[in-house]
Ligand binder design. Structure first.
Ligand code: T3D
Length: 259
């Protein structure tokens, strides 16, 4: 899979996707947006891939919409959000494999919200997160108004979205938006180590866990207990479940196949 504006490679079960428009801080033009959708579809379908790592090239992660290609007007902008950004969020949440964002620099607008909808967010020390939509008179999209209040609470989300101030990587970690912060220059090694470890884990079980978490965002307790019952039934049929139990009883390390 080859694109001009998107790196795609597979290493030890990890698909590494690199947003690659460094001169524009990897902001989304139409081509990069549509190529990212194609790459995510491939990650969904290819059983060899057991973890996805999303990062950016150069000094930015992603500066959101390419403002030179920005659209305006009700129908155009709605169409743009529906066909360009919404599918990215839906695909990342639907991939039944872990998706890790390695935020290597500034993440602004749709770029920040793209990171927040991933399963795990890692960041380099100098990264900044900005809900920059307000600075150009827009509202947060790319799932931001769904994930951010759930992650940090409605008041903090309001501050971030209404003021559009920069949030540092350490502050984002304190807020629960980032799992780990790495010293500059060490992010990719750390991110790859984690991604490769996760690619050896019980992928099917992790995928079903992600499905349960997706449901939990909208379900009542009773509905969620039913989801856990059903998905646990499916997890209990996986060969990785049998392998995990056998390895425990035989006092050896399990070898998971992701099935
Ligand atoms: O239209 C729709 O579909 C609606 C959907 C909207 C989704 C959105 O994401 S809206 C939000 C769009 N993004 C922004 O408003 C962020 C704009 N960028 C910035 O505010 C700043 O660039 C940053 C705070 C992110 C970083 O600042 P700094 O000082 O580190 O870098 P810089 O000098 O501003 O940018 C470096 C270059 O990248 C520069 O190009 P140049 O002058 O060297 O040729 C700059 O123009 C370019 N760049 C940065 N962000 C964008 C961009 N070019 C196009 N679009 C961008 N978003």
């Amino acid at each position: 899979m080859k694109f001009d504006d998107l790196g795609f490679e597979i290493q030890d079960g990890v698909a590494i996707i690199t947003l690659n428009r460094p001169d524009k801080l990897n902001s989304f033009n139409n081509s990069m947006g549509s190529n990212l959708q194609t790459a995510l579809d491939h990650c969904m379908e290819n059983a060899e891939i057991r973890c996805v790592l999303l990062t950016g090239s150069g000094r930015g992660f992603c500066a959101g919409q390419d403002l030179e290609e920005a659209v305006s007007g009700v129908s155009e902008i709605e169409e743009h959000v529906e066909n360009k950004y919404n599918p990215l969020v839906r695909k990342i949440r639907a991939i039944e494999k872990p998706v890790i964002a390695a935020v290597n620099g500034v993440a602004a607008g749709a770029g920040a919200n793209l990171a927040y909808c991933c399963d795990i967010v890692l960041a380099t020390e100098s990264a900044k997160f900005i809900q920059s939509f307000v600075n150009i008179g827009l509202i947060p999209d790319t799932g931001g108004t769904f994930f951010l209040p759930r992650l940090v609470g409605i008041h903090r989300a309001s501050v971030m979205m209404m003021l559009g101030e920069k949030v540092s990587a350490e502050e984002a970690k304190d807020l629960g938006l980032v799992y780990k912060v790495f010293p500059d220059g060490e992010l990719m090694n750390g991110a790859l180590e984690l991604a490769k470890r996760m690619a050896q884990m019980p992928t099917r079980g992790i995928g079903l866990t992600k499905k349960a978490l997706n449901y939990s965002l909208q379900n009542t307790l009773n509905e969620q207990l039913a989801v856990e019952r059903d998905l646990q039934g499916m997890a209990g049929l996986t060969s990785d479940n049998a392998e995990g139990i056998n390895a425990f009883l035989e006092k050896r390390k399990p070898v998971f196949k992701g099935e």
